[in-house]
Structures are given as structure tokens and as C-alpha cells.
Design a protein around this ligand. Sequence first.
Ligand SMILES: [Zn+2]
Length: 51
Amino acid sequence: MVKGRCMKCQKEVEIQNGKEVVTKNKMRMMKGTCGKCGTIVCRMMGKAGKK
Ligand SMILES: [Zn+2]
């Protein structure tokens, strides 16, 4: 389970329905919702195309 920081809960929460997306500046990001309050939670995963 991937965790991210929820702005609403103000703590680390499990990301529900997380999907990996690549932003315009080629950063990989996990995007999903907070398992507690349903707010969108994002987590930076680092640069795309690099292990
Ligand atoms: Zn939350």
C-alpha cells in the first residue's frame, strides 16, 4: 500500500485507488484518494524514466 500526505487529515494516509501519473515536468506521481476522508492525495515518486 502506498502512503501519501493528506492535506485534510494532516498526516500520512494510505492512498486508495492510487494511479501512477507522469506530470508535465516528467515527474512520476502517485495520485489517489485518502482512505479516511476521500480527499485527493498525491505522492511524488521521483523522476520518470529513471530507476
Ligand atoms: Zn484525509
